[in-house]
Ligand binder design. Structure first.
Ligand code: UT7
Length: 356
């Protein structure tokens, strides 16, 4: 029997044009470069121009990934789009990407596993390829988090230095209410092309994924859902229920524990040790979480790459963005064993081993 593996043959990413530093954010809320840098590691994040949506970032990233992988769009036979910030409530971003790229009428999944979306996507792709259901797959992670930012249009202008009108005291207080969350996130898109290859020496090796929905309310959006009738209304907006709620300390501790556990599980299940791994790419939510995991797993500095300082937390895009950066810089060589690890809202977590 032929044994098929999903091999990453190309990657691409799209960073939107508007760089926003910590100092710029301090213009519209009570925060500081020092606090953001020390507590999270973020220095800059990028936001889209008004009107650019998640599918646009995904399309630009996917075009680069297809070119890099020398793959014709008409060869793609499956799309998996991981995002928590789709252009519309429905349909998902996958169908929009299919149409914009002019792909055949292939199945397009949208998956909503937030910061672990890319790893859940890899397992979905792996299962399709092993089952013989797909041969050429586009897996995309993209987010436009700037839509979650609670700032008024005038405050956006002041943030970018396009106006001299500072926030009113009420606007400043409103913006500051969400500061523990908003300063962390950025917009970005990244994609990989995977091809079914018979060899068996390269490709997705294994994944361990997990979820504990009991903690859903530690990181979630309380409003604009179908628990409400109508699902959105001015009262929800007035309360700020359309902005995510996060118990930062709780999530921090859980992420630091689960990421270590799941990484150890996937290694043990495959008879591997951390020394066998050439590179560890971790979800970029907080540099301190990742430093803790690195230490607990015993990974040397030269096997870990961070980019949270440049882009902030881009949720489903963080890991493919890291992959793309590393591939471009020659930090991922054919045959390297790469360990991917993530934790996020759900609560969900995962670790995936990929032989490049
Ligand atoms: O990707 C999805 C998963 N998400 C995560 O993994 C995020 C996990 N959590 C974290 O990364 C951290 O908990 C945060 C970066 C969100 C917060 O760091 P922290 O060290 O846990 O700070 P804290 O929430 O305990 O807040 C400490 C203080 C508070 O003031 P008081 O009560 O001590 O006076 C906050 O009000 O820092 C204050 N604070 C801020 N100050 C300036 C919170 N946000 C800010 C801010 N600027 N942006």
């Amino acid at each position: 029997m032929r044994f098929m593996r999903a091999v990453i043959v190309g990657s691409g990413s799209e960073i939107p044009p508007n760089a926003v530093t910590n100092q710029m954010l301090a213009r519209i809320m009570d925060t500081s470069d020092e606090w953001i840098r020390e507590r999270s590691g973020v220095e800059t994040r990028y936001y889209v121009d008004l009107g650019t949506a998640t599918s646009d970032l995904g399309v630009a990233a996917a075009r680069r990934a297809l070119a890099e992988g020398a793959t014709a769009p008409e060869d793609v036979d499956l799309v998996v789009f991981a995002t928590m910030t789709p252009d519309y409530y429905f349909p998902g971003a996958g169908p929009l990407l299919q149409a914009k790229l002019g792909l055949r009428n292939v199945p397009c999944f949208d998956i909503r596993q937030q910061c672990v979306g890319f790893l859940y996507g890899l397992q979905l792709v792996d299962a399709h390829v092993r089952a013989g259901l797909a041969r050429t797959v586009l897996l995309v992670g993209a987010e436009v988090h700037s839509g979650f930012m609670p700032y008024s249009a005038a405050n956006w202008d002041y943030l970018y230095g396009r106006s001299d009108v500072p926030p009113t005291p009420a606007e400043h207080a409103w913006n500051s209410r969400f500061r523990h969350l908003t300063v962390l996130f950025g917009d970005a898109g990244a994609a990989v092309v995977l091809q079914a290859q018979e060899d068996g020496s390269r490709g997705i090796v294994d994944s361990v994924l997990g979820t504990d929905g009991a903690d859903y309310d530690k990181l979630y959006v309380p409003g604009t859902g179908f628990k409400h009738r109508p699902y959105t209304d001015p009262e929800q907006f007035a309360r700020g229920d359309h902005i995510p709620v996060m118990d930062g300390r709780y999530v921090f501790k859980l992420a630091a524990t689960r990421m270590v556990e799941v990484a150890q599980q996937v290694l043990a299940r495959n008879g591997l040790r951390i020394d066998d791994v050439a590179l560890v790419l971790m979800h970029q939510a907080n540099r301190r979480i990742n430093e803790h995991c690195q230490k607990a797993l015993g990974v040397p500095d030269d096997k870990v790459v961070h980019n949270i300082h440049k882009y902030g937390n881009t949720t489903a895009a963080t890991i493919p963005l890291l992959w793309d950066e590393c591939a471009r810089r020659g930090r991922i060589r054919p045959g390297d064993l790469v360990l991917l690890v993530a934790f996020g809202a759900g609560m969900s977590w995962g670790a995936t081993l990929v032989r490049a």
